[in-house]
Design a protein around this ligand. Structure first.
Ligand code: ZN
Length: 204
């Protein structure tokens, strides 16, 4: 791996860190949520400029420094010179296009369940809800995210590719490690989280 891949992976680390803080709350619920929100809120300020500065030469699909083709994808945070290797423009457009066509479902499944998780967490910290409700909210979050990212990662890359697509979610996060890596993380973490959510519902 070249240095840029290592730096991209390093800049990606806050994402799983935030998820671990929210799901496990190992530092105590109040501190875990506070730290998680702070890491999440500050991530864009340093991760996005790093990615945008390299968007024209770094493949948004595989993360290699060999991109030669501009790809007409965008996200809610503004335009960038996103690009891909010649062979990777198609799966990238297919993946982002699949997400665009299901934008409302993805936002509800990922961002909506995250808001519910944080709201329940604050209510538990404030003493308005018993602590078991946070476990329920974690299971709901894991199940909702799994049901959102599993279909996207399984069916998105191979579906027919549009000529342009707008991602409902910020592209800089997947650009840090390459979208293909995120696809595999979605598949693996999606299965694990779905199993954990079902086990919680079944009480085992
Ligand atoms: Zn590539």
């Amino acid at each position: 791996m070249n240095a840029e891949r290592w730096i991209g992976a390093l800049l990606f680390l806050p994402v799983p860190l935030v998820l671990v803080l929210f799901v496990r709350a190992s530092l105590g619920l109040g501190l875990s949520l506070g730290l998680g929100v702070a890491v999440m809120a500050s991530h864009r300020s340093y991760a996005r400029p790093w990615v945008i500065a390299r968007a024209a030469k770094r493949c948004l699909w595989c993360g290699a420094n060999s991109a030669v083709e501009r790809v007409a994808v965008s996200d809610p945070l503004g335009a960038a010179a996103w690009s891909a290797c010649p062979l990777h423009a198609t799966p990238l457009l297919a993946f982002v296009g699949w997400a665009e066509r299901r934008a409302a479902l993805l936002k509800a499944g990922i961002l909506g369940s995250l808001l519910v998780l944080l709201a329940v967490g604050v209510a538990v910290v404030a003493g308005a809800l018993p602590s078991e409700r946070y476990s329920d909210a974690v299971a709901l979050f894991q199940g909702s995210v799994a049901l959102s990212v599993l279909p996207l990662s399984l069916f998105g890359p191979g579906c027919p590719a549009p000529t342009h697509a707008r991602s409902p979610l910020p592209l800089h996060i997947q650009a840090l490690v390459g979208s293909l890596t995120v696809v595999w993380l979605f598949r693996v973490v999606g299965v694990v989280w779905l199993v954990q959510a079902v086990r919680h519902v079944l009480g085992s």
